[in-house]
Design a protein around this ligand. Structure first.
Ligand code: AMP
Ligand code: ZN
Length: 471
């Protein structure tokens, strides 16, 4: 498999440290709010990567942290502590907030068919591991104490690695949001490993440590959790592109300083989901969630379909118009699968040919959009329906669009499958309008009715539901 590696800035042949086995780490969510659909784009693409690795026979161990503490990285972080802000907003404790939004995150993942990683580890479970790693860094001369905090000394490295060509201005900024300078630092790029003193004094969660009562910095959690569950050699580290610097850069610095050898070979970064106003972001406060899409009558899997249609290394622009198109294409696809009869014997030679096409496009740096095209090609194949169904179910091990289940539900709902693509599309629009009306979303219901009307479709309310006919 060829995989683009942000560390080498090219597509590399994927060769894991141990033959047949892949250790994979994913930066998990910061659980002070719902995940937005931008965050979930990253998790969908990482899920496709994990499933593809399994599809081609690897034994994968995927580890994810939950940032329920330790999302600060310097005393210069501005604004309020995010977890505390969430707790205050909802008049709950930090741990209650963390539990609520962790559950909400996994419920969204389930709706989007994102598999739960093999190991999910909240940062608050690993304080002993963090302390051990910080101590190791101090012992090795890679860290220093200043103003009550323990800092990583980036000047001790020959190569304080950065993924991209960040300029000095960017490098001066050591945290997620905009910052002011932290006076304790010896070098601009240094970062906190353990806090005992900070302006975020009102932290709810603090632990005893050799350096006093305090709490961990943000970057240490991912290194320590990955080493705990994946061992000293990590094959793939994933995350959204905003994590490349400083978070992943600092993970590499501290992990390699601690271990004394190279740590992670491949870095998989997913580009952002943007809206016309720029990057979708949790801290901006205005963002779209899976529940909101559902309330508007969209099938979460249509959002997954939308994501798979673009390449993970390109940023993707979100608009409701684009999602409407994805929903309608998804409905049509389901209708086509629903029209297949499970008849005939599976022709394995044909199935293998298509599986190879599918595997080849994903094996070339996860081209999920061509993988979706492979589904359409299989539907057009010169073979029987049983073979087509077999191929589609096989591809769904990676795509996870639930095509067979969706088709079954479609057949159960709409007695007879649509005669052709156009009918299927009209059925889907009528169903969307019914949902919009149920949701009292009259504007959307009217919009769909007008669209149908413009296409010469007349709607009639009957006791069995809405029927449509051509003018
Ligand atoms: P957070 O919960 O902020 O720690 O972010 C969770 C994941 O979502 C990280 O891998 C981020 O890099 C990623 N992420 C944040 N914003 C976006 C976005 N607009 N589009 C795609 N991924 C994002
Ligand atoms: Zn991380």
């Amino acid at each position: 498999m060829l995989l683009y590696n942000s560390a080498t800035r090219k597509k590399d042949e994927f060769i894991p440290h141990t033959e047949g086995k892949v250790n994979m780490y994913t930066c998990g969510p910061t659980v002070y709010h719902f995940a937005h659909i931008g965050n979930l784009r990253t998790y969908i693409m990482e899920d496709a990567l994990e499933k593809y690795l399994r599809y081609i026979g690897y034994d994968v161990n995927r580890v994810m942290n939950i940032t329920d503490v330790g999302h600060l990285s310097s005393d210069a972080d501005t604004g309020e502590d995010k977890m505390l802000k969430g707790a205050k907003r909802e008049k709950k404790t930090v741990m209650e907030i963390a539990k609520f939004y962790t559950d909400a995150f996994f419920s969204d993942c389930e709706k989007l068919n994102i598999k739960r990683p093999d190991v999910v580890e909240p940062a608050t479970n690993c304080i002993a591991e963090f302390i051990n790693m910080v101590q190791g860094l101090l012992d090795g001369g890679y860290a220093y104490i200043a103003g009550g905090n323990v800092y990583f000394d980036t000047s001790k490295l020959d190569d304080y690695y950065v993924f991209n060509n960040f300029d000095a201005e960017d490098l001066a900024v050591g945290v997620r949001d905009s910052v002011s300078e932290d006076e304790n630092k010896r070098n601009k790029t240094d970062f906190v490993l353990w806090f005992t003193k900070s302006k975020f004094e009102d932290q709810e969660l603090k632990w005893d440590s050799p350096w006093g009562v305090g709490y961990p910095g943000w970057h240490i959690e991912c290194s320590a959790i990955s080493i705990k569950h994946n061992g000293e050699y990590l094959d793939i580290h994933c995350g959204g592109i905003d994590n490349a610097f400083p978070h992943h850069t600092n993970e590499i610095a501290q992990s390699e300083a601690f271990l004394g050898h190279p740590w992670c070979k491949y870095w998989f970064h997913v580009l952002h989901l943007n809206t016309s106003n720029g990057k979708m972001s949790k801290s901006k406060g205005e963002f779209l969630t899976v529940s909101l899409l559902e309330e508007k009558g969209y099938n979460p899997l249509a959002y997954r379909f939308f994501c798979l249609q673009s390449h993970y290394r390109k940023s993707q622009e979100f608009s409701f118009e684009a999602l409407d198109n994805a929903q309608s294409a998804f409905n049509k696809l389901v209708a086509r699968v629903a029209a297949l009869k499970n008849e005939g014997e599976v022709d394995m030679a044909v199935a293998e040919k298509y599986s190879k096409q599918f595997s080849d496009v994903l094996g070339n740096d996860m081209n999920t959009s061509l993988a979706v095209t492979a589904v359409y090609d299989a539907l057009k194949a010169d073979t029987n329906d049983a073979t087509k169904l077999y191929i589609i179910n096989d591809f769904d091990r990676v795509l996870s669009l639930d095509l067979a289940e969706q088709a079954k539900a479609y057949n159960e709902k709409s007695v007879a499958p649509a005669a052709n693509e156009e009918d299927a599309e009209i059925d889907a629009l009528v169903a969307q309008r019914t949902q919009a009306r149920k949701d009292k979303n009259w504007a959307e219901a009217d919009r769909i009715r007008d669209e149908l009307n413009a296409r010469g479709i007349v709607l009639t309310d009957t006791p069995e539901g809405v029927k449509w006919s051509r003018k």
